[in-house]
Write a protein that binds this ligand. Structure first.
Ligand code: GLA
Length: 690
């Protein structure tokens, strides 16, 4: 038992401070900047022994006691990792709180490991990864929500007394409607209405100013974030896997590890916060986060399910001529008894459809290889259409509720990955296809539905509530094997667009498909939302014909992330081919700046008719401005440049010969002169230090 100890976890500009009090209870000082002068409060609120607000932990002990008390037994701090060992003084029930701090980035990862040696199972009914207190203040929550083809819309609201929760109950993927990440800004005025006659000042945080936190749960399943403004105005957050319908019966001696809750801090606004998170994602989340990505051509919006070998091979030569580096064959290539000619059948039967591809996948990879084009392929390993051989052979492999009519989404059901046989099947189909076709160097992993009838015939009746958690653990086992055994194969994470975009699933992938909405006008907003948590290198943006926008505009929007194309090249006019060729060549010139550089969001699409952003990398930068309506040529103040340095500024794609030399100071203070742009026009500038 430890008494009276302070535990400080320090990063460059933030600190998380705990204190063990005279009774060995763990308390926490408000999380934030280096010097919080706020008093301490309980660090891990447990249910049933005094705490009447949202609990972090609720356990039903083997003898039926529904309360838990935690005292500190030990603390260890080694390098970036702090571990606080707690136990219930009356039960052999243990909780370890882990905090890993990444000093330079002001990032804190928090998670817990729960274990017990009670006589029989303990039922865990709440198991937050993190339950931080933020002290008093004026808080504003920004969430990223939407729906299929409408992801990551930003909405901000002031938190008021009571509880606000963001959650997902979808199980198989983190979200479709609400993303597993948020921003929380804290106003400088810490007066509460009780302490002051005047109302608190509004929260002031922006791209460059103000105290702002980011939170993201590294978990690809159901999650819950609670924000509770308690009496006297302190904000408590409780974040982790969603305990909804997920009571977990923990056997003695078994460790229950919760996913990492990732927190980041900035006292210089949202821009700096995102740049820190981008570095974190590049270094610690996505695979090979510092190696530039290939320019990809996808056939989905060009052909949908209607293609054959000749059609696909015919796309290769045009792709190569334009400078494309990777071809991705999407849905529709498989199925025999039930060929995948539309989304009603074939899912689960992962053998090439010989009617479309008489010589299998090998003929395609060989043809691509001859042109020095990489080849990728689409999979949806967790799913099955009832019209498939797989379903006929294994109707028991589905997630469904007995005695209920199967509820289909996109005509498909989810396979039960809690079952090791199903996991072997899912891995097996990937492994076999990749081994038989070593020319495949890229996989798009899709997931086009979620749980609506969460029942498993593999789990025992009393363990049905483990499904949401065990499914994701099973999924990660399969994804982990794929990454370990096929390290040379890159992975795109897709889930009916951006439904599986969390910091855990993305550990197995190189990039994400943010949305099936590819109209560049809507895409500007979607990419803006994702850019708060993911760097451009991880965000696949494809040029399509959606919305019928000017082709240059579509290219410029795609170029501001990891650019690709999803159009039928054979249908391009001469003039359009020229536009595409110039854009692809331009992208190659700026790819390192966009994919490896630092992002500065300059003008939000939410607040005007012009949206702009820029990336800096070494002494080069690239600036994008997109006009969503009539936009007047207001100068654009650039960021991230050196004040005393001269910069050459040149419009690229197309290169119009407009060229200027201006100082960094001028560009940041007076701004870059931008021409008046008509609706859906855009400009791109390359800025080079002299
Ligand atoms: C999902 C994906 C699309 C495409 C289709 C194929 O909707 O988001 O990009 O791959 O599946 O069926």
């Amino acid at each position: 038992m430890i008494q009276q100890k302070s535990i400080r976890i320090q990063t460059k500009r933030a600190a998380l401070e705990f204190e063990v009090d005279a009774n060995s209870r763990l308390n926490q000082r408000a999380f934030g900047g280096n010097a919080s002068d706020e008093s301490t409060v309980v660090a891990i609120p447990t249910s049933g022994d005094g705490w009447v607000f949202e609990p972090a932990i609720r356990a039903v002990h083997a003898d039926g006691n529904t309360s838990t008390d935690l005292i500190v037994e030990g603390v260890s701090q080694h390098a970036d990792l702090t571990c606080i060992d707690l136990r219930d003084p009356e039960y052999p029930f243990y909780l370890q709180l882990f905090v890993r701090a990444i000093f330079d980035l002001d990032v804190f990862e928090m998670w817990t490991v729960i274990r017990h040696d009670e006589e029989s199972e303990v039922v865990l009914e709440a198991f937050a990864s993190s339950s931080l207190d933020f002290g008093t203040g004026d808080f504003r929550l920004t969430q990223f929500s939407g729906d299929w083809a409408d992801e990551a819309n930003m909405t901000s609201e002031k938190l008021t007394p009571g509880i606000k929760s963001l959650d997902s109950k979808l199980g198989v993927r983190a979200h479709q409607f609400t993303s597993p990440w948020f921003l929380l800004s804290k106003g400088s005025d810490s007066r509460t209405p009780l302490q002051s006659d005047s109302p608190p000042l509004p929260v002031r945080s922006s791209e460059d100013e103000g105290v702002v936190f980011a939170g993201a749960l590294a978990w690809g399943g159901s999650f819950k974030f609670s924000f509770e403004v308690l009496p006297k105005g302190r904000l408590r957050t409780v974040c982790g896997m969603n305990p909804y319908a997920s009571a977990y019966r923990l056997a003695p001696g078994v460790e229950f590890e919760t996913p990492k809750m990732v927190w980041a801090y900035s006292d210089r606004g949202t821009g700096e916060l995102s740049r820190k998170l981008h570095r974190y994602v590049r270094d610690e989340v996505i695979r090979d986060g510092n190696s530039p990505r290939s320019i990809l051509l996808n056939n989905w919006e060009a052909t949908y399910f209607t293609f054959d070998e000749d059609k696909i091979v015919s796309l290769f030569a045009g792709a190569k001529d334009l400078g494309i580096e990777l071809f991705l064959l999407d849905d529709g290539w498989f199925g025999s008894k039930y060929p995948r000619d539309d989304d009603t059948q074939g899912l689960g039967d992962w053998i090439p459809d010989l009617a479309k591809l008489p010589h299998g996948i090998g003929a395609l990879t060989e043809a691509a290889e001859k042109l020095d084009l990489r080849f990728g392929i689409w999979f949806e390993p967790e799913m099955v259409n009832p019209r498939s051989r797989l379903f006929e052979e294994h109707p028991e492999w589905l997630i469904r509720q007995p005695k209920r009519e199967m509820e289909l989404q996109r005509n498909q059901m989810v396979l039960d990955l809690t079952n090791p046989e199903v996991r072997s099947f899912a891995y097996g189909i990937l492994d076999t296809t990749l081994r038989e076709n070593p020319g495949i160097t890229y996989v798009k992993w899709d997931c086009n539905r979620y749980f609506t009838q969460p029942g498993s015939s593999f789990l025992s009746p009393q363990n049905q509530s483990h499904l949401q958690i065990e499914y994701v653990r099973g999924l990660y086992e399969v994804m982990g094997r794929l990454a370990a055994e096929h390290p040379g194969v890159q992975v795109m994470m897709c889930s009916g667009g951006g439904g599986r975009v969390d910091y855990a699933s993305m550990r197995f992938a190189h990039e994400l498909w943010p949305s099936d909405m590819t109209d560049p006008v809507r895409r500007i907003f979607i990419q803006w939302g994702f850019s708060h948590f993911f760097p451009a290198i991880a965000t696949a943006n494809h040029v399509t014909r959606s919305g019928d926008r000017p082709l240059k505009f579509a290219f410029d929007v795609a170029m501001s992330g990891r650019m690709g194309l999803d159009i039928d090249l054979a249908k391009l006019s001469e003039c359009e081919r020229e536009v595409a060729a110039v854009a692809i060549a331009t992208y190659k010139q700026i790819r390192d700046i966009v994919q490896l550089g630092d992002l500065y969001r300059l003008e939000s699409p939410y607040s005007g008719s012009r949206s702009s952003l820029m990336y800096t990398y070494g002494d080069r930068a690239v600036v994008f401005a997109f006009s969503l309506g009539e936009s007047f040529g207001n100068p654009l103040r650039l960021k991230g440049l050196e004040g005393g340095k001269q910069y050459q500024v040149k419009e690229i794609n197309p290169e119009c010969g407009r060229e200027l030399t201006l100082s960094g100071g001028f560009l940041s203070e007076q701004g870059l002169p931008i021409p008046t742009l008509g609706k859906f026009e855009s400009v791109v500038f390359l800025v080079t230090g002299q």
